[in-house]
Design a protein around this ligand. Sequence first.
Ligand SMILES: Nc1nc2c(ncn2[C@@H]2O[C@H](COP(=O)(O)OP(=O)(O)OP(=O)(O)O)[C@@H](O)[C@H]2O)c(=O)[nH]1
Ligand SMILES: [Mg+2]
Length: 261
Amino acid sequence: MGPAGSGKSTYCATMMTHCQNIGRSVHLFNLDPAAEKFEYNPTIDIRDLITLEDVMEELQYGPNGGLIYCLEFLLNNMDWLEDELGEYEDDYLIIDCPGQIELYTHFPIMRRICECLQRMHFRICGVYLLESQFIQDNSKFFAGVMSAMSAMVSLEIPHINVLSKMDLLGKFKKRELERYFDPDPLLLAEEANTSMNPKFHDLNRAIVQLIDDYNMVSFLPLNINDEDSITAVISHVDNALQFGEDQEPKEPKDEFDIEYD
Ligand SMILES: Nc1nc2c(ncn2[C@@H]2O[C@H](COP(=O)(O)OP(=O)(O)OP(=O)(O)O)[C@@H](O)[C@H]2O)c(=O)[nH]1
Ligand SMILES: [Mg+2]
């Protein structure tokens, strides 16, 4: 999940490549009826049920109303989804979600989809992407933290926040960056207040107090060009899913077998 352009599809493709390299069988599930093309072909695709293009053309909807219509259509046809998912009950699915925050907070659409997955005994972990460039502007960062938090609160599933596009971030000192990975909102608010009109100071403080009260917003950095960073993110997700706990132990590969004289 994450706002438009935050790197969701790139995240999915990166994780697909990584999983294939480590020998894990994964499938891509596209939930975005407006998606155009993917690096990997989705195994399950909402566009097989309905596409935004058709809705806009036939019902004369605009792009946002059309998107809501598509997802509500899916909710009214959940047996389609259950049929599609049925074949992959024991598999690892990476779901590319649409970005519009309305789907998480204004309408319970994503929540209902999560409930359907849970009914089918899938374990779910939400991964919310926020562009790392946001940390160059505290007010943008706050807005991002709040949108991540509202998705987290409305879905009620294990949730991981990721700062995406770390490769694009200019030079930052390590210590300075770490403040954003585990943000101390009160400290950040003081900084925001120095650059904003005093009439916003109380509002800023109230907002950061809210973030602080939840005390559960932290970020993992993701640099898609750095294998260690990809591994770190996927191992947090695995941990949240308890993935691998019921997997059969793998036979050691020949080259690692110990030879005795
Ligand atoms: N350098 C860099 N570019 C990235 C990264 N992730 C995404 N991009 C670029 O950012 C743009 C948007 O990326 P997408 O992966 O399509 O983002 P999205 O969230 O799926 O976008 P929508 O589906 O349109 O909401 C593309 O031009 C990507 O090439 C990254 O980690 N590093
Ligand atoms: Mg996308």
